[in-house]
Every structure is written in C-alpha cells, then in structure tokens.
Design a protein. Structure first.
Length: 364
C-alpha cells in the first residue's frame, strides 16, 4: 500500500475549514498528563481470518467517507486567523492502524490493560488525530479492535458517526481529489478579516451567551466545594473495569419512572460514589453530576460538526438501597434537555462533588 493515495476524481479548489471553538478548546485542554482523547473497545466475535493487513485494507476503504480522518490541524501565519483543517499530504493508513499483543493469559483484565495503554498513548499532532489498534492473543476465537479519537476530531454524536462509518459503512469513492491543496495565506487573511467583521455584528448575542454560560457554571464566584477525598488532582494512572447489566431490565426500570437509560446510569454512578465515600468515612450530602450534552449542527454543515456543552444538576443520593434509588429517579433526572431537533449523546459524563477546577487538570 502506497503512503499517499491520489484518487482520479474531480479536482477541487482549496477550502478554508477553520477549527471550531470546541476543537480549539480541546486542543488547549490537552496540556496535562492525560490526553484529551477517548477510546472504544470493539469485540469481534467471528475472526474469519481478520489480520492486520486485512484490517488496514477494510478501514482504508471506509476512511474516504469521513474526510476528517485524513485531515490534520495546522497553525497559520500571523493575521490569517485561527488553525485550519487541511488534507494530510503524507497520509498513510499504516501509521493509524496497527496491532499489539495481549499479555498472558489473554483474559479480560489483560485485554483491558492492553486497551488502556493504547488509549493513554497521545496521538501525534503531525497526523490525523485517530488510531485503530488490533489487540491479538485474547482467549477464545475473538479479537479486539480499539479505536481512539481525539476530542478535537470528533466528540458526542460526531464520534458516533465516525464509528458507524468505520465499522458498518461501505467502501466509498470520494467526490473530490485527495489531497486537496492548502489555502493560500492571502485567502486566509481575507477570510479572517471577514470573520472579525461578522463577530462584531454578533457582539450582543455573544455577550448574552457569555452571561448564560457563566451563570450555568456558578457565576464569577461559584460555591466552594465540600471537603472530600475526591477533590484531588488526577494523574496519568488509570484502571479499566467492566460492569455488566441486563439492558432490557435497566430500560424497563427507567421507563417505569418516566426516565431514560442515561438517567438511570447517572443515578447508579452517583449511588456508587456515595457508597465509596461512606467506606472512606466521608459523607457528602449532594453530588453534582456533569453531563456532556451534544448535538449536530444545523443541516448543511460539516458532517462531524457538533455543539457540546456541560449540563450540571445536583443529586442527593438516597440513604437506602437500589430500590429507593430508582424511586428517586424522577426527582433527580436533568430537567434541561437539548433543544428540539438535536440528539443527546450517550452518557460519557461523570459525577463530582460541587467544586470547580480547570478541565485540563481534571483529565478526561
């Protein structure tokens, strides 16, 4: 397989595609020991002769359907605006799809350890921000495929769109040539000037949104956090574990109380945190659950263009067991839903006691 594939399709003029505020936010947050990226472990039940070469070939056939997977972020000269996405001229599928062995005895803990090492490995900024790693040596007739995406490349429903195309999509020939030429500095400068003029016209709306955002985060002086062992800086050490539950039973329990599966998961996680604190001899009356809410941009925008914002809601775990916890669910679920016409992503959020600190120090 050659390092660069040039398709014989319609030529395309340079396109200016700026990094969105969310893209730049995740890049700015990616300064600590924990990279701002997430991973998904896919278990392949029927191996069917799948090896590294075939995995590369299959993924290479589907990558053109998601142009962002062959793009990288670059900075531009002064006066030309913010970073832009361009086609990576040296794109090579072999840099993104590789294989790692699973240590003996090849059981589930060993698989999770291998997957975690892949997820915690920072993606290089000089190439498209994703990887797919085939984990071999797992017990049974199974393989695991670990897909890692940087949050700047995709998050929320955008990340689901990438996974759907890589796993269930069909091979697709792009409509434009690859790689497209990068825009000239003069074009970038004109675009940056036009964007500044447009920002001035939106200054009133921007000020209103800023005030709303500050209010949602507790204002200029948010309440101080209660003393708690959870209020500690996080480091690079991580451990994965699997919790299994009957999906139909969880769905039925949530629906009986007018809630969703995500709502039930939030209550379960909050209850587990409460029990962990009690074992440590601590008691925190109220937990603040942070739910990343995301949705697609209006029709006509880039395929992976999504908006994302945290939604906070206080939760007071009940003192009784699981039954009481499920009964309290209607009073605890978030009341602020995404706007009509937008989808809420699966719950990747966590729970915390009421305190504020920078997302960079918190990791992912």
């Amino acid at each position: 397989m050659t390092a660069v594939t040039r398709e014989s399709v319609r030529q395309c003029e340079p396109v200016i595609e700026r990094a969105s505020p969310s893209d730049q936010m995740f890049l700015a947050m990616d300064s600590g020991e924990v990279p701002e990226q997430f991973g998904v472990i896919l278990m392949l039940d029927e191996v069917g002769g799948l090896d590294l070469d075939r995995a590369r070939r299959l993924i290479a056939e589907r990558v053109p359907a998601v142009p962002r997977l062959r793009q990288q972020l670059i900075t531009v000269p002064p006066g030309c605006g913010g970073p832009i996405w361009i086609d990576a001229p040296g794109f090579d599928i072999r840099r993104h799809v590789r294989a790692v062995p699973c240590r003996e005895p090849g059981d589930e803990p060993a698989l999770l350890e291998a997957a975690l090492s892949v997820i915690m490995r920072p993606l290089p900024r000089t190439a498209p921000l994703w990887s797919a790693v085939l984990v071999t040596g797992h017990t049974g007739n199974t393989l695991a495929l670990v897909i890692v995406l940087h949050h700047a490349l995709a998050h929320g429903v955008g990340g689901l769109a990438v996974l759907a195309q890589l796993i269930d999509g069909a091979a697709r020939t792009p409509e434009v040539s690859f790689p497209r030429p990068a825009p000239a500095p003069a074009s970038l400068a004109r675009d940056a000037f036009a964007s500044r003029l447009a920002a001035l016209r939106r200054i009133a709306r921007s000020w209103h949104l800023l005030r709303e955002s500050m209010g949602a985060g507790g204002g200029l002086r948010p309440p101080r956090a209660a003393p708690c062992s959870l209020n500690q800086p996080t480091g690079p050490r991580r451990q994965l574990a699997v919790v299994r539950a009957d999906l139909s039973a969880v769905r039925a329990a949530a629906h009986r109380h007018g809630a969703t599966i995500n709502d039930a998961l939030l209550v379960a996680v909050a209850g587990a945190l409460r029990r962990a604190l009690l074992r440590r001899g601590e008691s925190v009356g109220t937990l603040v659950v942070t739910v990343p809410v995301s949705g697609r941009r209006p029709a006509g925008g880039p395929r992976l263009a999504t908006w994302s914002a945290p939604c906070w809601w206080p939760y007071r775990p009940p003192a009784t067991c699981q039954t009481a916890c499920s009964r309290s669910l209607p009073r605890s679920v978030p009341t602020r839903r995404p706007r009509p016409g937008h989808r809420r992503s699966p719950c990747w959020g966590g729970c915390s006691v009421p305190w504020r600190r920078s997302a960079a120090s918190a990791g992912t």
